[in-house]
Design a protein around this ligand. Structure first.
Ligand code: SF4
Length: 329
């Protein structure tokens, strides 16, 4: 495989165009082959922008997405042009929330799935047929569907088509942007299981952008919590859900339903509006909505600190507060 690890670096200056508003700040993390890193946060926190910048669906004015290739070479994906870009482009794919608008209604399922291959490889018709059939089988699509058009399918089937299209060029990283959010509960579970199976078989890395914390708990190895364009907490999934270290994470987790109906938990309601990312509050950007804030929080911006065991949080009191996580397994 071409890519071994990924690393997204942002030196305080990643802008998303065309708005030219600084939407991402200090967003740096590494990704290991075959892992799932989920990115969570309220809408407007920058998680979708981050996903799009990584796949170059949106231009970042600076920052780096470094790929460590098998040959120990390091490539900045955001800086690639022309042929070089094409060579790496197929390794990173994205699956979107809305399988109704992301698939062209004028193309057959066969053409939709095979298109990324035609752009990157010279294949005979027989070779193409073989690859499309194989990927259709892997993603649970009946081969007889291939001649039909997307409007003939339900949301779950359309998402399988989108996954097949994303997979056909054998990518190393797939950014799933709310990929199951629009689906019914039972279909959601099927698509999540499909993504997990494919990951196991093919060692794909996922960035899973979602606001649904129950699904995030189920699918992730690690979770990054974003608030106003910054990562405020980053940790292995169990550690984040059981002992969150940032008050914002605690508030998000308080909304996750517990399976035990006798367990009454208090939901933390965040007061006030989400501040404007273009004009964030002073000090800790979360302070206007934080119940633990002190004078220091209003003045000083906390940096992401290493709390050990791969757990990082950007709160002055990360190692002092005893925050509540999700109780059940
Ligand atoms: Fe709350 Fe202060 Fe921590 Fe910010 S730094 S999350 S305001 S306690």
């Amino acid at each position: 495989h071409l890519i071994k690890n990924f690393e997204v670096k942002d030196k305080n200056k990643l802008f998303a165009r065309p708005s030219s508003v600084r939407v991402l700040n200090d967003v740096s993390f590494e990704l290991m082959e075959g892992e799932t890193l989920s990115i969570v946060g309220e809408s407007g926190c920058g998680k979708t922008t981050l996903g799009r910048c990584i796949v170059r669906g949106m231009n970042a004015s600076s920052g780096e997405v470094i790929y460590h290739t098998e040959g120990e070479e390091q490539v900045d994906f955001l800086g690639l042009r022309g042929k070089e870009f094409k060579k790496f482009r197929k390794d990173i794919q994205m699956i979107f929330q809305d399988p109704y608008s992301s698939l062209s209604p004028r193309m057959s399922v066969y053409d939709i799935i095979s298109e990324p291959l035609l752009a990157n490889f010279k294949l005979t018709k027989a070779e193409l047929d073989e690859k499309v059939t194989l990927i259709a089988e892997k993603t649970g699509l009946n081969v007889s569907y291939l001649k039909r058009y997307p409007h003939a399918f339900s949301g779950g089937q359309r998402q399988r088509i989108a996954i097949a299209r994303a997979l056909i060029s054998n990518p190393r990283l797939i950014v799933c942007d709310e990929a199951v959010s629009a689906l019914d509960v039972s279909i959601k579970a099927q698509i999540i299981n499909l993504l997990k199976d494919l990951q196991k078989q093919l060692q794909i890395t996922y960035i899973f952008i979602s606001h649904d914390l129950s699904i995030v708990q189920n699918i992730s190895d690690r979770v990054a919590v974003m608030h106003l364009g910054r990562i405020v907490e980053l940790a292995p999934v169990d550690s984040l859900f059981q002992s969150p270290k940032h008050p914002y994470t605690e508030a998000l987790l308080s909304a996750v339903p517990e399976p035990d109906p006798d367990y009454k938990k208090e939901r933390i309601i965040l007061e006030g509006e989400v501040p404007n990312p273009a004009n964030p509050p002073s000090g800790c950007h979360f302070h206007p909505r934080c119940m633990y804030k002190t004078d220091k929080c209003v003045k000083e911006e906390p940096k992401l600190q290493d709390l050990g065991n791969k757990h990082y949080a950007a709160c002055h009191y990360a190692d002092q507060l005893n925050l509540r996580g999700v109780v059940h397994e």
